[in-house]
Design a protein around this ligand. Structure first.
Ligand code: G3P
Length: 221
C-alpha cells in the first residue's frame, strides 16, 4: 500500500519525507488555502521535494478550462497528477489529459458507479472520500470494499486512493481490503507512529541504562 500525505504544509511534507514514508502528496484548494501565501510557490515546492505523484487540483468547472489548468499544473513537474472533479466535464477532461500523457486523479467520488465511470475515462487514481460518507451516516469503508471488488472483477488498472481518512483504523481497514493508496492528514500519520507501550518501554530501557552508568560512569554504547 502506498502512503500519500494529504496536505500542502511544507514542514510536514519535509518531515515525513525525510523518514522515507511518503510515496506521494495530494492537495486541494482547501488545503492550499489553509497554508496561505502564494499557492503556486507552494505547489512548485511540493513537486520539487517529492519524487512520487503529486496531485494538484483544477478549479475550473468546464472542460476547456480544466484542460488549460491541467496543462499548466503539469508544468510544475513530471510527477504532477491533475485532480479533476467527478463531473461530466471532469471525466471528459480526464480522457483528454490522459490521452496527452498527463495522469488524472478523479476526486470527490462517493459511489461505486462514479468510480467505474472514472476508471472508464482513464483515471490513474480515483479518490473516494470515506470520512465524508461516514459523516452522513453511510459506510465509507464499505464503498472501498465495493470498488475494490469491481476493479478486481474487470482488472481495471485505475488505483483506489482512499481519501478523507480521519483516523488510523481507517488505514488498517483500507490496507486489509487491498486499497492501492491511502492519503493521510499529517496528524493521522503522526498517530500511526505512536504506541503507549513503545514510550513506556523506551523510558524503562533508559532508566535501566542509568543504573549501569551509576556503577560505571564511563560506560557507553
Ligand atoms: O483528499 C481529500 C481530503 O482532503 C478531504 O478530507 O477531511 O475534508 O473530508 P476531509
Amino acid at each position: 500500500m502506498k502512503i500519500f500525505l494529504d496536505t500542502a504544509n511544507l514542514k510536514s511534507i519535509r518531515m515525513y519525507n525525510d523518514m522515507g514514508l511518503l510515496d506521494g502528496i495530494t492537495t486541494n484548494p482547501t488545503l492550499l488555502s489553509k497554508e496561505g501565501g502564494d499557492p503556486h510557490k507552494t505547489m512548485e515546492e511540493i513537486c520539487s521535494i517529492i519524487k512520487g505523484d503529486v496531485s494538484l487540483e483544477v478549479v475550473s468547472t468546464e472542460y476547456s478550462g480544466m484542460l488549460d489548468e491541467g496543462r499548466r499544473l503539469r508544468k510544475y513537474g513530471n510527477n504532477v497528477v491533475v485532480k479533476c472533479p467527478m463531473t461530466a466535464d471532469g471525466l471528459k477532461a480526464c480522457k483528454s489529459l490522459t490521452a496527452e500523457g498527463i495522469p488524472v486523479n478523479v476526486t470527490l467520488v462517493f459511489s461505486a458507479n462514479q468510480a467505474v465511470l472514472a476508471a472508464k475515462a482513464g483515471a490513474k487514481y480515483i479518490s473516494p472520500f470515506i470520512g465524508r460518507l461516514d459523516d452522513i451516516g453511510q459506510d465509507g469503508m464499505g464503498l472501498i470494499r465495493e470498488i475494490h471488488q469491481i476493479f478486481q472483477n474487470y482488472k481495471f488498472k485505475t488505483q483506489i486512493l482512499v481519501a478523507s481518512i480521519r483516523h488510523p483504523v481507517h488505514v488498517v481497514d483500507a490496507a486489509k481490503i487491498g486499497a492501492d493508496v491511502v492519503t493521510l492528514p499529517p496528524d493521522v500519520l503522526g498517530k500511526m507512529l505512536k504506541h503507549p507501550l513503545t514510550d513506556i518501554g523506551l523510558k524503562n530501557f533508559l532508566a535501566d541504562w542509568e543504573k549501569l552508568k551509576a556503577e560505571d560512569p564511563n560506560i557507553r554504547i
